[in-house]
Design a protein. Structure first.
Length: 398
C-alpha cells in the first residue's frame, strides 16, 4: 500500500473485509452486478495519516444518483447556520468572495444569501448540485481539483475564504486539492474545513466512520504535517459535536496569521493519547474486533427470544457495520429512512430492505439499531412512542 500524500510504502494494519459502496443502495435486479472491494486501512507514520488502501473511484460514488442530502437532518441545518455565523463573525471585514468545496444541496451557502458576500459552490454530484442551483446558489457541478479549478482564471488569488464540511476526507488527491486552494486564495486568504475526528473515532470505537467516501480520518497532527509540506500552516483547531465528534481546521499561508494556542494544546493531547502514531491504530483494531463480538452476541440474544430488530436510518456508516459483522435480513428485518431515493431499495452488500418511516410506525420492532447515532438527540425527540415501547441499540456506548 502506498501513502496517498508521501507516495511511500506503508503496511495496511487492518481489514474490514469485502465491502460494497457505502451509499450504493440498490434494487433486486442489481444484486448480481454489485461492486465490492476490500476495505483495508493503513497509517503513514511520517505524516500521522490514517487512510484507506483501495477505494472505489470518486465517480462511482459521487454521481447523478448520490443519495445524501445535508438538509435531511435538522441538526445539520442548524449546525451549518452556526458554522456560517462563526465565519461571518470572525472574518466578515475581509470577506468578499467565499467558495465551498462539496456544497451539496446548498445548506451552508444559503446562509450567505442577503449578504454582500459572493459565493460559489463546487459539487460533483449532479442531483444535489441542481437542488442548490434551484435555491439560487451559484454551483459548479465538478470535482474540486487543480485541473478544474484552474479553468477559472478570473478567480486566481481572488478568494478570501474557502470552506468545506465533511468533504475533504472524500478527496483522494490532497496535493491537487491544495494546489487548487493555493490558486484561489488571496495572500491573507483562509481555508476552513471540518471533518470527523480520528480521536473521537478511537474514543468511541466508531469504526463505522470508515467507508469508501472517507478516504482519510484526519487528526490535528496529520493536518499540521500535510499542510506544512505545501507552504501552509494550521492556525486553529476547534472541536465540533457533528458526526459523533469532528474537528474544524483553520489553515493559512505560512507566517501571515497568528497561530492560536489551541493547535499546540491539541498536538500535545494527540501525542499523549497515541493519536499521532501506529500504537493508537493497533489498539483501535483490537477494540473493533471486541466490539464486533459484543454486538453479534447482543443481537443473537434478542433473536433467540424471537424478537424483531429494525435498523433506524440507512446511513453510509451502517454499510460498514452490517458488512464487517455479517448482519443481514435474518437479523435485521428492515431499515427505515426518510430519504425517498433510498426507500424501496436494499442496503448495500447485506440486502436488507429499506422502508419508509411510516412502515416503522406501523411495524414497531422490539429493538431498533440506531445507525444514525450521531443524530440521537434529534431522533429520540421525535420517536416518543418507540422510546416508551421499544429498545434502542447501537454498537457503541453513546
Ligand atoms: P448521517 O448520519 O448524516 O449519514 P451518513 O452516515 O450517511 O453520513 O444520516 C443521514 C441518513 O439518516 C439519511 O439517510 C437520512 C437518515 N435520517 C433519518 O432517516 N431520520 C432522521 O431523523 C435523521 C436525522 C436522519
Amino acid at each position: 500500500m502506498i501513502c496517498k500524500v508521501t507516495n511511500k510504502k506503508i503496511k495496511p494494519f487492518m481489514s474490514f473485509g469485502r465491502m460494497p459502496i457505502a451509499n450504493g443502495f440498490l434494487k433486486k435486479n442489481q444484486f448480481k452486478k454489485e461492486y465490492f472491494y476490500n476495505l483495508e486501512v493503513g497509517f503513514s507514520k511520517e505524516i500521522s495519516l490514517f487512510q484507506l488502501n483501495n477505494h472505489p473511484k470518486p465517480k462511482q460514488m459521487f454521481n447523478k444518483n448520490y443519495p445524501f442530502f445535508t438538509g435531511s437532518s435538522k441538526g445539520m441545518i442548524s449546525h451549518f447556520k452556526s458554522y456560517a455565523n462563526w465565519v461571518k463573525r470572525k472574518y466578515i471585514s475581509n470577506l468578499n468572495y467565499l467558495i465551498e468545496i462539496g456544497s451539496n444541496d446548498g445548506t451552508f451557502l444559503k446562509n450567505f444569501k442577503n449578504t454582500n458576500v459572493k459565493t460559489l459552490g463546487f459539487e460533483p454530484s449532479k442531483n444535489v448540485a441542481n437542488i442548490s442551483r434551484k435555491r439560487g446558489i451559484k454551483t459548479i457541478n465538478q470535482f474540486f481539483n487543480f485541473k478544474n479549478v484552474k479553468k477559472n482564471k478570473n478567480l486566481k488569488n481572488k478568494i478570501d475564504i474557502i470552506t468545506a464540511a465533511n468533504a475533504i476526507c472524500h478527496i483522494p488527491d490532497l496535493k491537487s486539492l491544495i494546489k487548487g486552494i493555493d490558486f484561489l486564495l488571496t495572500r491573507k486568504g483562509i481555508f476552513i474545513f471540518e471533518e470527523p475526528y480520528l480521536g473521537s473515532m478511537y474514543k468511541k470505537t466508531s469504526y463505522d466512520q470508515i467507508y469508501d467516501e472517507h478516504i482519510y480520518m484526519f487528526s490535528v497532527s496529520s493536518i499540521d504535517k500535510i499542510f506544512k509540506k505545501f507552504g501552509f500552516e494550521l492556525i486553529d483547531a476547534l472541536e465540533q459535536k457533528t458526526h459523533g465528534g469532528s474537528m474544524r481546521y483553520v489553515i493559512a499561508r505560512n507566517n501571515i496569521h497568528k497561530v492560536n494556542s489551541n493547535v499546540k494544546k491539541k498536538l500535545k493531547y494527540e501525542i499523549k493519547n497515541n493519536i499521532h502514531n501506529l500504537k493508537g491504530c493497533l489498539k483501535f483494531k483490537k477494540n473493533c474486533e471486541q466490539s464486533k463480538k459484543k454486538l453479534l452476541l447482543k443481537l443473537k440474544n434478542i433473536k433467540t427470544k424471537d424478537q424483531k430488530i429494525a435498523g433506524y436510518a440507512a446511513t453510509s456508516k451502517s454499510t460498514t457495520i452490517l458488512n464487517y459483522c455479517g448482519i443481514g435480513p435474518e437479523i435485521i428485518d428492515y431499515i427505515c429512512d426518510t430519504t425517498p431515493e433510498k426507500i424501496n431499495k436494499y442496503s448495500p452488500g447485506m440486502h436488507i430492505p429499506i422502508v419508509s418511516m411510516n412502515h416503522f410506525k406501523k411495524n414497531m420492532p422490539y429493538a431498533a439499531f440506531l445507525f444514525a447515532w450521531n443524530h440521537k438527540k434529534e431522533i429520540l425527540k421525535k420517536e416518543k412512542i418507540f422510546n416508551k415501547k421499544g429498545k434502542w441499540l447501537t454498537h457503541i456506548n453513546l
